[in-house]
Design a protein. Structure first.
Length: 582
């Protein structure tokens, strides 16, 4: 059964005894043809003119409009009132349709024959152009069509009926149906004139549809242009672009006063304030790289115009698809711009690191020689048997400070990749166990729980054990320093066939996004002055890179941090055939 919606318009006063006024009807139709009025008002006034001009008791007009068909009906009441009704039908109709609704089967069959042009002109009930008319429905109607002959009995209150077909455009047509309760109401000369009136109605409907289509095309072009303008602003955020697209889409539909829109891209989205009240909507996917990444949705919050039949115009669907394609291109361009900016920042970052590395290497080499001299002379002085205990203690402090300075120099050289990497077969679990053999007391002192989740099936891989040891120690010490008493640090190892994974997770203070972006930069630290050099994570980053791996971090303020080191089991030059990067 096709979907049908009915709209009833308040009755209005007409002449109590309408009479034929064909000349006045022609004049009024010509004047009213170009009046810019809403659809329901236009059809109501047109119906009123037809009832008054023809003197009939009722007028029905049925038309097709793409996927939608509708019938409007006007009837003069006994007290001079006009009752107006409009029904919408989806096409193709199943069961009750726009040609069969509201009538008995015989009249529906006659109406269908007129609309499809199947009646033979030789029939006394049909004109040469295929219109049907009778002045007495009590007489059986002879329908000669498709080579057959049938007698039909039309029921109802109307005695005189005229049905004329009219053209709207190459795809759409309609029927004008005039009904009178009087017998012998239509004269021979009336029929030809009323057939002309029917064609004039077809021209009026076609003109209004052309004007409507033109207005909609202008709105569509304005929508597409506005979206391009919104996307062209480099300072506009994605949220602002989504909001602008939603507003432009809403305005571009036929009934913007009851339209609402929603735009989604990835995890971000925006919807106009009344979208939650939408009763019927259409949608189109936004695709990037062949995958659905978002959607555009537009709907109406109440029945109006086409929505009364719950049918969106084909142009509305086409517009939504066109905007979805354009929005996909816009999103792709924005992603390309963001990727370019990210790559440029990476290049600047790499350039800064290279410059810092050269500076660090130079400083380290310059400091190494005097530090060795300080350590050497300190040891020589300490061998003096007559040295007071206070001086020996001071010399021990000098040695400790010199060793600390040498350790910083060593970190600078590792960061600058000036220290040769000596790779041997190493089991990552053994490195973790070795690091915890002397870090265990640190956990106990800080009252921090330590959890080890080590995969016992890890296979050895080529790495520098000393440098890998430094990676584990630095990450675990950082986790301890970030975790308050009573917290927990978890260290895990895992493998998948191509890569080893070292994860260090804590329940500490966590970091914001700005800090996360800088933690691997040399000399960057959040610790107080004198409590850190800012080289620990920079050195870790350098060692991991030197081993062909990557390191990443996820952190949330107040909820802790999670560092993940990914190391290739096979060096790039030794990777077996068929293995690729993850």
């Amino acid at each position: 059964m096709s979907k049908k919606e009915t709209v009833r318009i308040k009755s209005e006063r007409v002449r109590s005894k309408p009479e034929k006024d064909f000349a006045g009807l022609t004049r009024r139709l010509l004047v009213y043809a170009n009046v810019a009025a809403p659809r329901n008002l236009f059809l109501r006034v047109l119906s009123k003119h037809l009832v008054e001009g023809t003197g009939c008791d009722a007028v029905a007009i049925r038309t097709t409009d793409g996927d939608l068909s509708y019938r409007w009906y006007a009837e003069a009441g006994p007290r001079g009132e006009l009752r107006f009704e409009m029904n919408y039908y989806k096409s193709p109709a199943e069961g009750e349709g726009f040609l069969t609704g509201g009538s008995d089967p015989a009249l529906a069959e006659i109406r269908t024959a007129v609309f499809e042009g199947r009646a033979e002109a030789a029939s006394p009930f049909f004109t040469e152009v295929g219109s049907f008319w009778t002045n007495d429905v009590s007489r059986p109607v002879v329908l000669e069509a498709d080579g057959g002959r049938r007698e039909l009995v039309v029921g109802g209150d109307y005695r005189s009926i005229l049905i004329a077909r009219f053209e709207i455009d190459g795809k759409n047509a309609g029927l004008l149906e005039l009904l009178s309760r009087e017998r012998d109401y239509f004269q021979d000369e009336d029929v030809g004139f009323l057939e002309t009136v029917a064609q004039a109605i077809g021209v009026m409907v076609a003109d209004r549809r052309a004007q409507r289509d033109l207005r909609e095309r202008v709105k569509e072009i304005a929508c597409l242009y506005g979206i391009c303008q919104a996307a062209a602003k480099p300072e506009a955020t994605l949220e602002e672009v989504l909001q602008r697209v939603a507003e432009l889409l809403r305005r571009a539909f036929q009934f913007p006063e009851v339209a609402e829109a929603k735009v989604t891209l990835g995890s971000q989205g925006y919807e106009t304030p009344g979208f939650g009240k939408v009763i019927k909507k259409i949608a189109s996917d936004v695709t990037l790289d062949g995958e659905t990444r978002g959607s555009l949705e537009v709907g109406y919050t109440e029945a109006k115009g086409y929505v009364e039949g719950f049918v969106f115009a084909p142009e509305e669907r086409n517009l939504l698809d066109a905007v979805a394609k354009q929005f996909s291109l816009i999103a792709e361009r924005r992603r390309a711009v963001e990727e370019k900016a990210r790559m440029e920042e990476q290049l600047r970052h790499a350039d800064r690191l290279a410059t810092i590395g050269q500076l660090a290497a130079g400083i380290a080499h310059e400091l190494n020689e005097p530090l060795l001299a300080v350590l050497g002379y300190t040891e020589l002085v300490k061998k003096n048997a007559d040295l007071p205990k206070e001086a020996t203690a001071d010399l021990d402090k000098v040695s400790a400070a010199s060793l600390h300075a040498r350790e910083i120099v060593k970190k600078l050289l590792i960061f600058a990749r000036q220290v040769e990497t000596r790779k041997t077969a190493v089991n990552l679990n053994d490195v973790v166990d070795e690091a915890f053999s002397w870090l265990g007391s640190r956990f106990a002192d800080e009252n921090i729980e330590c959890v080890l989740n080590l995969n016992p099936k890890l296979r050895p891989f080529a790495a520098d054990p000393a440098q890998l040891h430094q990676v584990v120690v630095n990450l675990v010490v950082n986790a301890i320093q970030a975790t308050p008493r009573g917290g927990k640090v978890t260290v895990s190892t895992e493998a998948d066939g191509e890569y080893l994974y070292l994860t260090v997770e804590d329940t500490g203070c966590g970091m914001g996004e700005e800090v996360q972006e800088q933690i691997f930069l040399p000399f960057f630290t959040t610790k107080d002055i004198g409590h850190g050099t800012g080289l620990g994570l920079a050195v870790v980053h350098g060692i991991v890179k030197a081993h062909g791996g990557t390191i990443g971090v996820r952190s949330e303020v107040g909820r802790g941090s999670r560092f993940v080191v990914i190391l290739p089991i096979y060096p790039e030059e030794e990777k077996p055939e068929g293995r690729g990067n993850a």
